[in-house]
Design a protein around this ligand. Structure first.
Ligand code: MSP
Length: 687
């Protein structure tokens, strides 16, 4: 009796090192495995390596290795991805393991006994890279549809009666439109099956690196089992075969996750093999798209393969996982660029979710000694946030059911943005100042509860940051399941929260550091990052900006202190008669004005009117400045905000703290910081 949830990745060829394309399938499967664990299901997540066949034999010959040594050498790096990519498979199978080979031979016998195998001879085209046979009609300009070369092959073979199962497969497809996803891939498979299936050559005699066909007479040609039959069978052999204990618990598979290039094998051959074996068909096969690099196919031979471990070393596994699944719709192709990755990390994670977490924990510490307060009665603004939490949860859960990661993450970020907006609207610092303790309790509680939900959702994608968020929010173990987000308000009051290092740190853009400065000095104008890509980044910035732009400003309690800009800059363009004298543009150019992002802000230890602000100004090190805006801005409300920095003001010690520059602000009674109309990389020159 099947009780568990079974999800698989394809097993990877051991002809070369893994690249980001391989990591993609595994990461997607891992997120689903973790999601279903969060749903409380008994999950089995299966992956491994595909080690037989001509492709591997040829790679071994080229490397001067035995095929087994080749397999050992290249299986290891795939397995070694698990830890750094935070993959959590329950099993990693190698097709050269005895547990696999024995069962494959048994399955072969079972198909033979059914009368589905017959001897013949094959003459046709073969692509070694795809390990696939093609008819003349299927070739595109003399190559396989994948673009790989084909060779003419003639050899004795065993055929499998694929044609016999065509009608049953067609019927299954029509009855189960969810069998193949996404829809366009389903249509593709349907058309292919409707056109009629031809019997399939399932053994090879022209080389020997494979599982021997059982019971081959010694005097005849020696057959090895076709590598795709061998490889597909892993989904069953890994469960111990049809008689295995795990088989009953997990078969049929809930989901075979595959790339679009290997859909035919999974959606046509595999179900027909299973029908022959008398085994139930998997519930779904989902074909995802491909990642390119600057529009080119990613490959070792082109030298453009993105190595997952390098990306991880630079940005961390969680950022890579988030980016790959947020950036493109699962099922569509995507183009990999580091700039797009940085935009995602900074735009979604650092500026939005990270900002929400930091400012909430900061306020809980500041106003409630770090203890989660009890909420009072909810008001309209709170109810609107709770409504958002419910609405986005629904979208998110449905999207995960549909394996629409990007939509799920977009819903998650919408909730985060809504909560940031709620902070701005409810202005907890004003509530604190006005002594509205009950309101402040409610607002802080609502924020902690939203963050609990967000922490649970993100745990499947970011398995370190998510649980750490929950730990910092003092969420009890029993309230970390998806089910516990069904209602709002489960978080118990009284938990002791904890701040810490940023969980979603901004990543540095290499172009915002010194290089940008140099380039700009040469060109004498504000630089646009030349690698800035696509509409998605822009969209993000837009989204982030809506969170940042509406910042509160208090009624002033104190006059503006030092470090506020005098009206000079404001009046440069149209110097009024009584203003400062006109200047040449070259004088203006001497001002090194730059976009900077506030990393932290604290009250100055020795000066009532100053805040000590650290800024990311696109430099290798953060900058510290003192700003006289106390009474106009609460420190925590500045974090994540973009400001305008006069960077080349001579450093000056202010009551014991060195200030390296000045923030631009306007107003006297009411002081407002200058802001941008959108988010730009820190360090961007203003001219
Ligand atoms: N060995 C077969 C699968 C057998 S499953 C019974 C195979 N291996 S593979 O190593 O070539 O590919 C494994 C997976 O990686 C496939 O799902 C494939 O689509 C995916 N990718 C390989 N390159 C890719 C990209 N550039 N982008 C996205 N996925 C890619 O096929």
């Amino acid at each position: 009796m099947k009780t568990g949830y079974y999800i698989t990745t394809p097993i990877y060829y051991v002809n070369a090192q893994p690249h980001v394309g391989h990591a993609y399938t595994s990461i997607a499967a891992d997120v689903l495995a973790r999601w279903h664990r969060l749903l409380g299901e008994d999950v089995h997540f299966q992956t491994g390596t595909d080690e037989h066949g001509l492709k591997i034999e040829q790679a071994a010959t080229k490397a001067g290795l035995s095929p087994q040594a080749q397999a050992d050498r290249y299986s290891a790096p795939f397995r070694a991805l698990n830890e750094p990519l935070l993959l959590s498979p329950d099993d990693f199978i190698r097709t050269t393991e005895p547990r696999h080979k024995t069962i494959v031979a048994e399955l072969w016998r079972r198909m033979a006994a059914k009368g589905d195998l017959y001897e013949g001879s094959y003459a046709g085209w073969y692509s070694v890279s795809d390990e696939a046979f093609f008819t003349e009609d299927e070739l595109v300009e003399g190559r396989a549809p994948s673009g790989h070369p084909v060779v003419w092959t003639e050899e004795p073979t065993w055929f499998f009666r694929l044609s016999k199962y065509g009608p049953a497969l067609l019927e299954h497809l029509r009855a189960h439109p969810e069998f193949v996803r996404p829809q366009n891939r389903y249509n593709e498979v349907l058309r292919f099956v409707e056109a009629g299936l031809h019997d399939l050559s399932v053994s090879r005699t022209s080389f020997s690196w494979g599982i021997p066909v059982p019971d081959c007479p010694a005097e005849g040609p020696q057959h090895v089992i076709y590598v795709w039959l061998d490889a597909l069978a892993n989904y069953v052999t890994a469960l111990g075969g049809p008689e295995g204990a795990a088989f009953g618990r997990f078969w049929p598979a809930d989901l075979h996750l595959v790339g679009k290039d290997i859909l035919r094998f999974h959606a046509i051959y595999w179900p027909c093999f299973l029908m022959s074996l008398g085994l139930p068909l998997p519930k779904q096969i989902f074909a995802h798209g491909w990642w390119t690099v600057e529009g080119e196919k990613m490959s070792k031979s082109l030298g453009n393969a993105v190595e997952p471990l390098q990306v991880v070393a630079r940005y961390g596994a969680e950022a890579l996982r988030y980016f790959l699944l947020r950036e493109v719709n699962f099922g569509s192709d995507g183009d990999f660029s580091e700039q797009a990755l940085r935009n995602r990390i900074n735009g979604d994670l650092a500026n939005d979710l990270g900002n929400l977490l930091n400012r909430t924990l900061g306020m809980v510490r500041r106003y409630r000694d770090g203890v989660v307060p009890s909420p009072g009665p909810y008001e309209a603004v709170d109810l609107a946030l709770i409504e958002q939490a419910k609405a986005q949860r629904e979208v998110l859960m449905a999207a995960m059911d549909e394996i629409a990661f990007a939509q799920a993450l977009a819903a998650l970020m919408r909730l985060s943005s809504a909560a940031n907006k709620y902070v701005d609207e409810t202005a907890p610092w004003t509530l604190a100042r006005n002594g509205e303790a009950a309101r402040l309790d409610t607002v802080l509680y609502a924020l902690c509860e939203v963050l609990r939900h967000l922490g649970i959702y993100i745990s499947a994608f970011m398995p370190i940051a998510g649980p750490e968020m929950l730990r910092r929010l003092a969420v009890p173990e029993g309230l970390r399941s998806l089910e516990s987000t069904a209602s709002f308000g489960a978080l118990p009051a009284g938990g002791r929260t904890e701040e810490g290092e940023p969980l979603f740190p901004r990543v540095e853009d290499e172009f915002t550091g010194r290089r940008r400065e140099k380039a700009q000095a040469r060109s004498g104008r504000a630089g646009q990052d030349p690698t800035q890509t696509g509409a998605r980044g822009a969209q993000d910035h837009q989204q982030t900006q809506t969170v940042k732009e509406k910042k509160m400003s208090e009624q002033p309690e104190q006059p503006i202190a030092a470090q506020k800009i005098e009206p000079t800059v404001k009046t440069v363009e149209a110097a009024p008669d009584d203003g400062p004298e006109p200047i040449d543009y070259s004088v203006f150019q001497k001002l090194d004005l730059r976009v900077a992002t506030v990393l932290s802000a604290e009250k100055h230890p020795n000066a009532d009117r100053l805040l000590v602000v650290t800024l990311d100004a696109g430099e290798p090190q953060p900058r510290t400045i003192c700003a006289g805006i106390v009474g106009h801005y609460e420190p925590e409300a500045l974090v994540g905000r973009q400001v305008v920095l006069l960077a080349n003001l001579k450093p000056r010690k202010m009551r014991g703290v060195m200030s390296h520059g000045m923030l631009l602000a306007a107003g006297d009674e009411q002081v407002k910081l200058l802001a941008l109309d959108g988010v730009l990389p820190p360090g961007t020159r203003i001219s």
